[in-house]
Write a protein that binds this ligand. Structure first.
Ligand code: SF4
Length: 198
């Protein structure tokens, strides 16, 4: 029963003070949202100011772009997937999370991955791709390929904020990455894509 276990993990995370980010201005822990049985999971870096305020990952302009590309290239909205960040609390000033913060928070993401067991994971941005794939390669090098990961497939792409800044070319590349993810979802027999294709 992944839903109850995920709820229990979220309840544990809500009061987490295990790393210094608990005391550096976070409003709330941004655990993750979506379908606990999803075949597709998105993973980003850490909450920004708006995420910290609302308690949800990928809201604001980046979230709107993610929702739009999700709908246009994958045909779904958020109820069909799960969205989380590597680090669950906002680093002050939107700085990169520090190694201690990353290591301390990592068990939450690992447990989310175990419980949700997605067939395809789309990492959003350099940080998430490097952390999940345990590499120092940049996202430009990692994207455009599918990477085996614990019985699933990781499809790295850009962070929506970088696409908003970068314009046409990164937008086209992000769309191509989502098309790749859809192919992987179909190949893995993932729902709802397999039912729609039947
Ligand atoms: S970032 Fe993670 S480990 Fe640190 S306080 Fe927040 S939930 Fe706990």
């Amino acid at each position: 029963m992944p839903s109850a276990l995920l709820d229990a993990l979220a309840a544990e995370a809500v009061g987490c003070t295990k790393c210094p980010l608990a005391h550096q201005g976070r409003t709330q822990v941004v655990f993750g949202v979506g379908n606990p049985d999803a075949d597709l999971m998105f993973i980003g870096e850490a909450p920004g100011a708006e995420e910290d305020r609302q308690g949800m990952p990928f809201v604001g302009r980046s979230g709107q772009l993610l929702d739009r590309i999700m709908l246009e290239e994958l045909g779904i909205d958020r109820q069909w997937c799960y969205i989380a960040n590597c680090v669950k609390c906002r680093p002050p000033g939107n700085r990169d999370p520090l190694p201690l913060e990353i290591d301390t928070c990592r068990p939450y993401l690992d447990r989310q991955l175990e419980l949700i067991a997605p067939k395809v994971i789309i990492t959003l941005g350099r940080f998430a791709a490097q952390l999940v794939l345990a590499t120092t390669d940049g996202v430009t090098r990692l994207r455009g390929r599918s990477h085996p990961f614990r019985g699933a497939v990781v499809v790295p792409t850009f962070h929506p904020a970088a696409v908003l800044r970068g314009g046409g070319e990164p937008m086209a590349q992000m769309r191509a990455d989502f098309v790749r993810a859809k192919r992987e979802l179909l190949a893995a027999g993932a729902e709802p894509w397999t039912s729609w294709a039947a």
